[in-house]
Design a protein around this ligand. Sequence first.
Ligand code: ZN
Length: 503
Amino acid sequence: MDRLLQSRRPAWGVILSALLLSLSCAGRSVKADRPSVILVSLCSVRADHLGCYGYSRNTSPHIDEMARQGTLFEYALTQWPKTAPAFSAIMTGEYGHTTGVVRTTAMQRLEDEAVTLAERLSESGYRTGAFLSSSALSRHLNIQQGFDRFEETWRPEPGKRKSREDGYEAAWRRALAWLAADDSPAFAWIHFNHAHYPYQPAIVHDGRFLPDSLPAGGHLLPVKFDRRSVPGLPPDHPCRPQVTRPDLGAIHKGAAIPRTPGGRDYHRDTNWYVAQYDACIRSADDDVGRLLEEIDGTPFTTPPIVILIGDHGEALGKHDYWFEHGRFAYDDCLRVPWIVKCPGRIPEGLRIEIPVGTFSMGPTLLDWLGMPSADCEAPSLASLVDRGGASGDLENRPVFSEAGYEKDYMLAAREGDWKLIFVPNQRDREQQAGAEFELYHISSDSEELTNVAAEYPDELAYLRERLFEWAAPWREDAEALVPAGADLDPETARNLRALGYID
Ligand SMILES: [Zn+2]
């Protein structure tokens, strides 16, 4: 409690004091009619690669069914397209420059003073448990604040060989066991990492979306950032872009690169990687489906609120950015799925069209639970859902995002059909469209390929003004921000290296 009252936001202290005072008479309990909350998060899953968002491949039958039963946000945008900054924003309702968790994973740690959703719920009497299958969300990030139970299911158990699939299944099975141990309201967060490179789908889905001419399977090729160390790499292999422009991703050094059957050629068709990425999403959908089935079969006193949300998308070759995320602020990496289901409480079959930020998840949830509003940068979307998606008080309120690795930094503002990307640094501009401002009309150019800033000066001026108004108090600091280093245990460091987060 002392720590919470020392928050940099005094209003939190007032709210929590009143809340804790009211709880002190009754002990640590929540109203019996408050529902449990089950948050399922997916790493690297692009919204537009799911059936319920219009994708042509059958990647997500279970998630599609969930969307039919609940409310779906069409344009949910992350506040920073990298795992740790994205979740720091989701869990605090604050932008990356405010949480200080930005850029690459090994240098990130959420401040103790940050007030997380888990802390809010815990202080209100909820049991809180996290079951996470990604080393990017290990304890070094300090995102365990407020969780009674914090399980890192990606970690190998002593003396036991463990596959990636074991870690995913353990995440949802342990969460269900923990939920079932007590019938008091609980907040369970389950995180799946299936779609993160190196794009290794579950065996049952390996090759599912490959045309006959493309072989399934593959082997791990340790592609280095130095072209001389890549043995036999053909000149036209898609790894080349990474070798020449390492900051842009390309085929990741940990990617599974197949040989043709019986041959020694590396596969050169980048569609192979996209197909295997889609198969990974289908693998995640399997685990989501089994989890949802178990939840549906569990006799909760009050139906739980089930939330499915993405942290960031994945670049699949547009803008010369291959199989990575975090560097740029284009929608391939910003736009993620966000679906909420709770029969009788959340509208069924509703699709919210206006763009929203995923960091609104916490304040929206607190409103749904009838708890005091969160004092944070993210607006609650509860009234937006109540209005059936009519923008109301969110009219003329752009959604902002930030992006960048290391010292790179850019900002984006999205309102309605229009999106502005501001690129402060000349070096970054050279790797993008070459301009300081990029304006896109999303409904006619969803891939953000044609900068129309010159043709639409009014739209440019409007969004530029809104963006600068928002960023003025802190922009110079954010551009210069170099996060402090976090202490990594050897196992976390090893796993992060395998996922390509650190060298
Ligand atoms: Zn992620």
